[in-house]
Design a protein around this ligand. Structure first.
Ligand code: PLP
Length: 395
């Protein structure tokens, strides 16, 4: 179907953002049989039964209506309790917590609530694919701080200082990080907190992978001295509870910003899915053993994938969190898009080109290890063969 208009029908902003490099790739995968996918960033586990059951009961009880725009008060209370018990931070469930359609919506709301045209948001790179489009669609400019494998993909606080201008409004941090798996050390976060204070910045702290760290403690940014009043703490259920399809997340922060975000939320989505909110209450009340079990399984898989990547000759920083390995493919002489494309074509293994996560992701591919041990072994055998065939140094 062609639109009968000579004008460009889409807004300039929409034309200026790319389709997600991840999604583009998945259209290719769908057309192929026998693919082992290390591509999609979601748990292979099904949501634990008692959580599904809680949602089913809510539907059976007829709890099928909109909830408060902020989300069910019972859920907000559980979130507040969880944040208090885990990180010692205190939020008022009445007006300092907003339940959102995943962290995805929280990110979009934050940018639209905070930014005026021309405002800048500094963020680490490689980073989650939404940050740049969210900032851009809100009229701002995303200012990347490149990180590299050599320093474990940790952001250098000094590099933030160097990029801070009068137009800088906010800082976005993701620890643990997608796609690199890096976890920012507490000492770096303390330095970043100083920078935020000195330059009067809001810190958007995407902590969706907070429960998935290995051998490293997660630091909740809002728990650092003086930070709660300038932090938007974002958390969710998708990753640690295997609840991607339920679309529930939350943001906790100063009432004034939360109210601004809620205004947009009430006019766009009204309230997060009701059955999903009941599921989230059950997850917070009784889901701890499930989190631990899944965490330990990811940890086993992480060891396996990192060992295997190294054994096939790809260097890889030890992922400290989330469920991604981000090896370098430079030695093959292929760009990350070529590597991913040819690997899919020749060996039916899907990985995501690092360039999808920003320029500094080039030279790497993202391998999600939230798949079975058997699939990791088979995928890495195939990748080993591929690397051997393509190594520019004749390995
Ligand atoms: N933030 C990061 C760093 C992610 O990796 C993802 C999903 O991959 C999201 C946010 C979005 O998560 P949600 O399912 O809660 O929208």
């Amino acid at each position: 179907m062609t639109i009968p208009s000579k004008k460009n029908i889409l807004s300039r902003k929409v034309q200026e953002i790319p389709l997600s490099g991840i999604r583009k790739f998945f259209d290719l995968i769908a057309a192929k049989d026998d693919v082992i996918s290390l591509g999609v960033g979601e748990p292979d586990f099904v949501t634990p039964w008692h959580i599904r059951e809680a949602a089913t009961y809510s539907i059976e009880r007829g709890q099928t209506h909109y909830t408060s725009n902020f989300g069910l008060l019972e859920l907000r209370r559980e979130i507040a309790l969880h944040l208090h018990n885990r990180y010692g931070v205190n939020y008022d469930p009445e007006n300092e917590i907003l339940v959102t359609v995943g962290v995805s919506e929280a990110l979009d709301l934050a940018m639209r609530a905070l930014l005026n045209p021309g405002d800048q948001v500094i963020g680490q790179e490689p980073s989650y694919v939404s940050y740049f489009p969210n900032v851009h669609l809100a009229g701002g400019t995303f200012v990347p701080v490149p990180t590299s494998m050599e320093n474990g993909f940790h952001i250098d606080p000094q590099a933030i200082v160097e990029r801070t201008t009068d137009a800088t409004r906010a800082l976005i941090l993701a620890s643990p990080n997608n796609p690199t798996g890096s976890v920012l050390p507490r000492s770096d976060l303390i330095s970043i907190a100083e920078i935020a204070k000195d330059n009067d910045l809001v810190v958007i702290s995407d902590e969706i992978y907070d429960r998935l760290t290995y051998d490293t403690e997660h630091t909740c940014f809002a728990s650092l001295p003086g930070m709660q009043e300038r932090t938007l703490l974002m958390g969710g259920f998708s990753k640690s509870y295997a609840m991607t399809g339920w679309r529930i997340g939350y943001v906790a922060g100063p009432a004034e910003i939360i109210e601004g975000m809620m205004k947009i939320h009430q006019y766009t989505v009204m309230s997060a899915p009701t059955a999903g909110q009941y599921a989230a209450i059950e997850a917070l009340k009784n889901g701890e053993p499930d989190i631990i079990e899944m965490h330990d399984e990811y940890k086993r898989r992480r060891h396996l994938i990192v060992d295997k990547l190294k054994s096939i000759g790809l260097s890889c920083a030890e992922p400290e969190g989330a469920f991604y390995a981000f090896p370098s493919v430079e030695q093959t002489g292929l760009t990350s898009i070529e590597f991913a494309g040819k690997l899919l074509e020749e060996e039916s293994v899907a990985v995501v080109p690092g360039s999808a996560f920003g320029e500094s992701g080039e030279g790497h591919v993202r391998c999600c290890y939230a798949v079975s041990i058997h699939e990791i072994e088979e995928a890495l055998d195939r990748m080993g063969r591929f690397v051997k065939n393509h190594s520019s140094n004749g390995r």
